[in-house]
Every structure is written in C-alpha cells, then in structure tokens.
Design a protein around this ligand. Structure first.
Ligand code: FMN
Length: 413
C-alpha cells in the first residue's frame, strides 16, 4: 500500500517518525511530504531515515519533479494521511488552495484522504475550525480524532493527535484505501449521553441511580471504531475516557441538558444512553441539613426531558432513546418511542439487578414499523451490533441506504 504522509507544522509532528514506523510495520510504503512549518518541529534527517525515501516538500523542486512529478505522486498514492493537520492546513484544504505541494497533491489525488487534526483545544473549538472540519467531512475527507486529554500547551481538552498506532491501523485497515468508508459512520458525528446524574440535596448529599455508564461508553467506542466523530456527555462514572472520544463531564440532569443542547447542532445521530434523574429537589440547601424529626420530606420537581427535547428540535439528529424498565418492558418502550417521536428505542430490563453495572446485557430494539431482539452478550459486542443497526436505520430513514443487515431474532415481552 502506498501512503503519502503529509506532515504540517503542529507540535505533534514530533510523533511522526513513530507514525512512519507503525505504517511501515503494517506493510505500507510511505512517501513523506512536509510543509515549511513542519520543518520547525521534526527533522528531514529523522524522517528520511525511518521512511527510507527522500522527503518531498517543494512544488518547485525540479529534480524531484523530473523523477516523479506531483501529479504522478498523487496517482501513486493509495491513500493520503495528513498528520498532524494544523488549523491552517484545514483552512487551506477547505478553500481548495493549491499553493504548496501537499495541498496540490490532495486536489490531484483520487485516493481517500484522511486528516488527523492536532491543536490547542480552544483552537479546535473555534467556529472557523469547526466549519472547516464540517466542510472537509462533507466532501469525504475522513477526520481521524482528535483525542481529548492533556496537551503540549499544558491545558486539557480535545485537540490531541490520535496515537500513531491508531492512525496507522485506520489508514492501512480494511476498506480505507479501496475508497470504502473507514467505517459505517465515517464522516458522521455521534453525540451520546452516558452514566447517571447526581441531583444535589445539600452540600454533602445527592440523589443518583445505579447506572454505571458501561453501555454508553461501549457505544461511544463502537461508534468511534465505525468511523464517527464521537462526543460523549458523561455523568459521574468510574470508567476511563475512551481514547479518541470527546468527553464532556457533567453532574446533574440540568448540566446534562445544557451540555447536550450546546453540542447537538453538530450531531447526525444522538444516542441517549444516560440514566437521567426524572426529578430533582426543588431547592438545594446551602448548608448541610441537620438531623431533626423522625421523618423528612424532600419536595421534588421534574427535570427537563433531554431525549424528548432533542427529538423535538426542528433539525433533530437521528434520535435513539434507551428505556430501562422493571416490568412491561416492550409496552413502555414502544409507548416512549411514539410519545417522544424517536427514531429508535433500545429497551433493557433492569429487574433483579440486570443491566445496571453488569458487563453483559440483552435488549430489544424498536423503531417505527419494526424491531429486533439482541440476546445476552457482552456490552462491548452488543454496542457494535447496535451501532451497525443504528447506522443502517439512519441511512434508511434518510433514504440513502439499505435495510438493517441483522435479522429479527424475536420480539417478545
Ligand atoms: C510552537 C508552535 C506550535 C504550534 N503548534 C500548532 C499545533 O499544534 N496545531 C496547529 O494547528 N498549529 C500550530 N502552530 C501554528 C502553525 O505552525 C501555523 O499555523 C503554521 O502556519 C502552519 O502551517 P502548515 O499548516 O503549512 O504547516 C504552532 C506554532 C508554533 C510556533
């Protein structure tokens, strides 16, 4: 497999010699094309040594053009990966500029192009950068990452380049170089809520539920593997943030509502896997409530319905709800599907300690006019099947795809 690795002037360029090694270990021939700024971060000598090829960096290099012109180079590539991709190169690509060798190659190639953005999290969240991301995605460029975590600038957030191993696995993985999507959700953004919420009573007490967040986190990982950009709004859980997923931590149902609505405009698919409190205390005491009488009453008020509010948006994403019930599971689930005007609902029985905090689950899924049962399986493999089904239904709902590949196993209450 022939890969052009475009390196641009981000601090993460220091990881590119390792990326070249990982690509070569997977059998790829790598031709490196650097921008002028990339030279400030990584040396030609190191890259030439690991790639075994002279580095290309100049559109006006007569000797290089005589051996393999930029057009021949664009044809030679089975895939183009730009890692790290700066905000600047994203802007150049979005505008169709061709002022340097790398951007000229991207315009001249018919092979799949992937970029691995890497920048400070405030830069990444800048509306101009996000608009360029959306445009590039729309034009079929695969956006790999970015990851969340601590950054070279000392801050924390979304903007880290994905690790070299993950990038190499994706670009050399099944389907990518054949022009097939890297996954069923490549180019799509999936917003997922997960975990419980905490409703404060006073400074030391809160009400919560037994959700562990495992299902939502497994769905986030599965959606990421399917090629999606994944945003996860997570209640307090004891799980490591999935690598490559943009995690937004929240505590209360109100926080989750606000964060979800802040992000939802970017989402093609919304999966509400969180166990959101239906009620919260009317008021939160500012001092610890002291022990007094034999009984106490806490007055509660309804929280905002996140799922219904997203489904009711004028440009709602494909909306998937979860129903956790102890009895009359399917009846309640179908009622919720219809009442809240959802595209799909996943029903799981939480009687006798099932589902909550378990590593396995069995669910029944319903959508308008259909349904499918998934027998007991590890949440991780169930998540993969659910993401597959969601993407098929999403495409069917938008009139672009085929019916779900998985067959109906059983629908029973
Ligand atoms: C020390 C330093 C680190 C930088 N790191 C990044 C970065 O991580 N991501 C980014 O988008 N830009 C970063 N920049 C800005 C780019 O280098 C600058 O926008 C440059 O014009 C990019 O050019 P290129 O895309 O042609 O390589 C950094 C600049 C400096 C001076």
């Amino acid at each position: 497999m022939n890969i052009i690795l475009g390196i641009t002037g981000g601090i993460a360029a220091y990881k590119t010699p390792e990326l070249v090694r990982r690509l070569r270990e997977r059998g790829a021939d790598v031709q490196i094309v650097m921008t002028a700024s990339a030279r400030e971060f990584v040396t030609e000598t190191a890259l030439q040594a690991v790639s075994g090829q002279p580095i290309r960096d100049n559109l006006w290099d007569k000797a290089a053009e005589a051996s393999m012109s930029h057009i021949e180079l664009a044809r030679w590539a089975d895939a183009v990966l730009i890692a790290p991709a700066t905000a600047e190169v994203m802007a150049r690509l979005a505008s169709g500029a061709a002022g340097d060798l790398l951007t000229t190659l991207v315009l001249a190639t018919q092979s799949p192009v992937a970029i691995a953005p890497a920048m400070n999290h405030v830069m990444w969240n800048n509306p101009a950068v996000q608009a360029n991301r959306a445009l590039l995605e729309e034009r079929g460029i695969a956006i790999l990452g970015p990851d969340s975590g601590s950054q070279a600038c000392g801050e924390t957030g979304a903007g880290r380049m994905l690790e070299p191993d993950e990038l190499a696995a994706t670009v050399t993985g099944p389907g990518f170089a054949d022009g097939q999507p890297a996954g069923v959700l490549t180019g799509k953004t999936v917003l997922i809520t997960a975990g419980p919420t905490r409703e404060p009573i006073d400074p030391v007490r809160y009400m919560t539920n037994r959700s562990s967040g495992k299902m939502g986190y497994a769905l986030a990982t599965a959606a990421l593997r399917a090629g999606a950009r994944v945003m996860l709004v997570s209640g307090p859980v004891d799980l490591p943030p999935p690598r490559g997923v943009e995690v937004h931590d929240v505590l209360s149902a109100d926080d989750m509502y606000r964060k979800t609505h802040e992000l939802v405009a970017e989402a093609d698919v919304f999966i509400a896997a969180a166990a959101v409190a239906d009620y919260r205390p009317v008021s939160v005491a500012d001092k610890k409530i002291k022990k007094s009488g034999e009984r106490m009453t806490i007055e509660m008020v309804r929280t905002e319905d996140i799922l219904a509010s997203v489904a009711a948006l004028p440009e709602a994403p494909f909306t998937v709800g979860f129903a956790a019930e102890t009895d009359r599971l399917n009846e309640y689930a179908i009622d919720k599907l219809e009442r809240k005007q959802l595209d799909m609902i996943v029903a799981n029985c939480v009687r006798d300690g099932k589902a909550f905090d378990a590593d396995e689950n069995a669910v029944e899924v319903f959508w308008p006019g259909g349904g499918q049962a998934f027998p007991l399986a590890a949440k991780t493999s169930l998540a993969t099947d659910l993401v597959d089904l969601i993407s098929s239904r999403y495409e069917a709902a938008r009139g672009t795809g085929t019916e779900p590949r998985l067959s109906v196993v059983s629908i029973k209450d």
